[in-house]
Design a protein around this ligand. Sequence first.
Ligand code: GAR
Length: 200
Amino acid sequence: MRTPIGILISGRGSNLMAIKSAADAGLLRAHIAFVGSDNPAAPGLTWAREQGLQTIELDYSSGRLRGEEQLEQAMVYYDTHHLVLAGFMRILSERFVERHKGMIINIHPSLLPSFPGKKGIEEAFRYGVKVTGVTVHIVDEQVDHGPILAQEAVTVEEGDTLQDLEDKIHGVEHKIYPVTIDRWLEEGDFSLPRLRRSIP
Ligand code: GAR
């Protein structure tokens, strides 16, 4: 039984593409019920339409409440409880996150808690870190924050340009996001495995 998931994007949608490839290859116990975007011009949204996926433009022009109402309507319509943020550049309200606790997952292009926000790769690069990476986490009420499900480090080599680092980070994202989503759908929040095991 494949779990319906909603994927939210704001931009090019390369993680969406990686998730769809994994689902098409039978490597993900999910099917993409809909793709939502706050950005009608997002290239990822055009791509999703071309692929025959259901798409929804979320109208944030009159505020977050309207956008989130539309999102909840889509979740009801497509009978979807799980949301996957894949480059969705809006902050979900505390109310929304509370109502869908543990049911929203996000990917971020740094080793959180370092370099949260919209420019995680660039800020890490400009800081001069030698190791950065990718984090997948359950979404809580704070930005790029919540129980960590997976992290993978990426080394910044001597002579790497920002573009080199972006390419490496995206390569890791496309590998770990589908795998982590699949595990999340199977096990729920597995961020505290040792603590869990110690509870009788
Ligand atoms: C990804 O690198 C993702 O980690 C990042 O946006 C990019 C979207 O790329 N998300 C964040 O920065 C969240 N704070 P994509 O549209 O090609 O998947």
